[in-house]
Structures are given as C-alpha cells and as structure tokens.
Design a binder for this molecule. Structure first.
Ligand code: SF4
Length: 233
C-alpha cells in the first residue's frame, strides 16, 4: 500500500513496459476486455478467506508481500485466537508476531494489526468503519486495503483496488503508463465505469494469477491477445 504501509506490494514498482503492438484506445477496448474477462473468470472474487470486515482487514494487511494462499493458511488459527478487535488490541505482541510470522514482515504486520485494532476499539466500538477517510486513519491501511474492505465487505465502490496484479495488467493492457499505484487508480477510475470498479480488480487479479503472470505471460492462450498492446507470440 502506498503511503503509510512500509511493506506494501505496490512499493515494488516496476517501470511500465512500452506497448509492443498498436491497438485501439483503451476506452474502445475496455467493454470487450471486461466481457471476455468475465467469461474467462466467472469465479473471480476476493481470494482471502474471511467471515467479516475485521477478518478481511487483518487478512489484507497480512497479504502485503505474501500470497493469499499463505495468508489463508495462517488466518484460521489467528482468527480463532483473536476473534475481535479488542482481542487483537490486547494481544501479547510477541505472540501475535509469532502467529503471523510465516507471512513475512511479521513485526510490521503485527504492529499494524494491533495499532489498527486499538483505534477501532477507541473510535469505532471495535467495528470496521464503512468509510474511506476513517479506514485511512488506521495504521497499516492505505487505499488498497481500504478499497478491498469497502468493496468486498460493504459493497462500496469508493475506488479501484490496485495491487501488484492490477498494476501489472493495467500497464500491459495499455490502460496506464503510470507506475505509482494511486496514479494508476485515478486513471482506472476514469476509464472503468463506476459499477464495474469492484469486479474489475477481481478480474484483473484472477487473470494475472492464471494467465498474465509476471514473468511468463501466456499470450498464446490469452483471450485478450488481439486487444492487448503488449502481446508477445
Ligand atoms: S497474457 Fe499477454 S496478451 Fe494477455 S494480457 Fe498479458 S501480455 Fe496481454
């Protein structure tokens, strides 16, 4: 997360590659790209296991620089041990660090989770607020995490989630030449219709995991290969 979180995925910024192939402008390609992504990934959704907004908030903090699969291995025991914001707030820090150790950057993550939960207890009765400004006050929470919680838990499209997959695909698909996640988000918010903001991120994340992977994009089997300026066959 850009801004407050030191261990964000987005901070590992790579320069956007220049387009390799000429295609129509992004606004013309977007509707068909969305349609094909929805057909290809009808199961696209948040991949972090959770039962409520607090669990999603914690899981999203843990997902920085870590796979969702790894986070999902850690969270069942974590949420059983700390079922409320108050429980996280009062946790023994060393025990909390140990519980999240395998997700990496565990000291920062444990500190962010505990400080965020203390603020939730102090200001929000232990609940996760459905409000961007209030979420951004929480330690360890920048726009990506806030957008995930608002979109997935509350169905509120306040912005577009830009994680490492969304960033890479937005660049490859020629939707942005920016490398800063917040600038990319602003461009995507202009390009993508508001009603598609939440599903758009899920679709790009699934496509990034399954087909357009960072090191080996499978352009030959990609359903977007006639619409993508970065296609390589
Ligand atoms: S896999 Fe290739 S064609 Fe498909 S979106 Fe990625 S770079 Fe473009």
């Amino acid at each position: 997360m850009a801004g407050k979180q030191k261990v964000s995925k987005e901070q590992s910024a790579e320069a956007a590659s220049p387009p390799l192939t000429t295609v129509p402008p992004a606004t013309e390609r977007l509707p068909e790209i969305l349609h094909r992504l929805q057909t290809t990934h009808p199961d696209a959704k948040c991949a972090l296991d959770h039962n409520n907004a607090l669990e999603l908030l914690v899981a999203t903090i843990l997902s920085a620089q870590c796979t969702d699969e790894r986070v999902n291995l850690v969270t069942p025991a974590l949420f059983a041990k700390y079922p409320t914001a108050d429980a996280f707030a009062q946790a023994d820090r060393a025990e909390l660090e140990e519980a999240v150790r395998s997700t990496g950057f565990y000291r920062n993550k444990a500190a962010h989770i505990q400080q965020a939960c203390r603020l939730l207890v102090d200001k929000h009765h232990g609940e996760v607020p459905a409000d961007m400004a209030a979420l951004l006050e929480l330690p360890g929470v920048a726009r990506k995490t806030a957008n995930v919680v608002l979109g997935v838990s509350y169905g509120i499209a306040e912005g577009v989630v830009v994680d490492t997959h969304v960033k890479r695909l937005a660049q490859r698909l020629g939707f942005t030449a920016e490398t800063d996640p917040e600038k990319i988000e602003r461009e995507l918010m202009e390009l993508v219709p508001h009603e598609n903001w939440i599903i758009f991120s899920h679709l790009l994340i699934f496509h990034g995991r399954r087909i357009c992977q960072a090191r080996k994009p499978d352009c030959a089997h990609c359903p977007l290969n006639d619409l993508c300026p970065s296609v390589q066959m």
